[in-house]
Write a protein that binds this ligand. Structure first.
Ligand SMILES: *Cc1c(COP(=O)(O)O)cnc(C)c1O
Length: 380
């Protein structure tokens, strides 16, 4: 049996008939940059996230960069974030000449451990940049308390977490601004790169709208040195259609997570300690929703298991194999192995399994069956 990590083709079949006429209308108009389709999507996503403003940009990475630019973060400033994330969380900070100050993760969720934040706050700290890794919100209650105590801004990296909920609020509505990605593998994926900043702040929204078009308003009058980072109308047309099915997709991913849990428990792999399953915080309280952009387990012989599964036709991935404090390009931050032990351990143990909505029970049974076979053979 073949079980890919992600299969977008089947999903495409489900909305293709609705999409193609819309695309044809767009192609006939030959209007590709921003425009009505993007404005509509911005309003739809803002409303989905529970905020007033959405600003479509070229990628999730640019959403992060533009959010920090809008807060005037630059040389001499510090931004507290996690080292266990995708590269652009930290590169957005560094690109602006500011310094990422890392705080290790909570090993249960792989999200920034709020207990480590306060001791890293200095006079230079301007913002906290939590990541809602794998589709589960970071501990935003505690993070918000620290932010208000020290007058810090909070920018959420919600690239993996559109639709995730924390205490009844959606990712992107929990800080000053939320950064979404529409990279094809995200829960709401487009047909290429795309991203959006969502925010309650009229002031931030207005500034990011200007910054994304070279800091220009009105035409050829430049208030700031901005960037060229706009969402294509083509992406907006695709995403508007896919947004209608997003909650059903989240639901499927959550059902798959439940079924994996059943299967792993029945195979005895959790009790034996061979496999550690992802855990939802707040004990299944329905005001907190994990949207499982990734279903990530922990195992001891991770790389050997991954190679074995690849041979057996099961696609997996490691998010992420090298924590950011150990990346060569951040060497001047002066970090060493051992500085963030939980992030380093996660980098060696985590393994993402297929969890896309169209996965079948048979496929999940096969995945767990193969993992069980591997574990039986490799017990100490
Ligand atoms: C995908 C991702 C990004 C970047 O999004 P792009 O659209 O690929 O630029 C940023 N942060 C995290 C945590 C991500 O998963």
């Amino acid at each position: 049996m073949k079980v890919p990590l992600l299969d977008l083709k089947e999903q495409y079949r489900s909305y293709k008939d609705e999409l193609l006429p819309e695309l044809e209308r767009l192609f006939d108009s030959q209007l590709f940059i921003l425009g009505e389709a993007v404005r509509n999507l911005e309003a739809e996503i803002a409303s989905y996230c529970g905020v007033d403003h959405g600003i479509g940009v070229a990628s999730g990475s640019d959403a992060l960069l533009l959010s920090l630019m809008a807060l005037d973060i630059g040389p001499g400033d510090e931004v507290i974030t996690t080292p266990y994330t995708f590269f652009s969380t930290a590169s957005a900070i560094v690109r602006l000449g500011a310094k990422p100050v890392f705080v290790d993760i909570d090993p249960v969720t792989c999200n920034i451990d709020p207990a480590g934040i306060e001791q890293k706050v200095t006079k230079r700290t301007r913002a906290i940049l939590p990541v809602h890794l794998y589709g589960q919100a970071a501990e935003m209650g505690l993070i918000g308390e620290i932010a208000s105590k020290y007058h810090l801004r909070v920018v959420e990296d919600a690239a993996q977490a559109i639709g995730a909920e924390y205490d009844g609020k959606r990712a992107g509505a929990l800080g000053d601004a939320g950064c979404l990605s529409f990279f094809p593998s995200k829960n709401l994926g487009g047909f290429g790169d795309g991203g959006m900043v969502v925010t309650r702040s009229e002031e931030m929204a207005e500034k990011i709208r200007v910054l994304r078009v070279h800091g220009m308003k009105p035409k050829y009058v430049h208030k700031y040195v901005g960037v060229n980072s706009r969402l294509d109308a083509l992406q907006a047309v695709v995403l508007s259609i896919k947004l209608k099915k997003l909650d059903a997709c989240h639901q499927k991913r959550r059902e798959h997570a439940d079924y994996y849990q059943d299967l792993f428990e029945k195979a005895g792999l959790t009790e034996s300690g061979d496999v550690v399953l992802p855990k939802e915080t707040h004990g299944g309280d329905s005001a907190f929703r994990h949207v499982y952009n990734q279903y990530v387990i922990r195992v001891r012989k991770r790389d050997a298991l991954r190679a074995f599964l690849a041979k057996e036709g099961v696609g997996t991935e490691v998010y992420y194999p090298i924590p950011l404090h150990l990346q060569e390009c951040f060497a001047d931050l002066g970090h060493h192995e051992g500085d963030f032990p939980e992030s380093e351990r996660a980098a060696k143990e985590t393994l993402a399994l297929p969890v896309y909505p169209e996965l079948t029970e048979k496929m999940q049974e096969y995945v767990v069956g193969r993992i069980a076979a591997f574990c039986r053979e490799h017990r100490p």
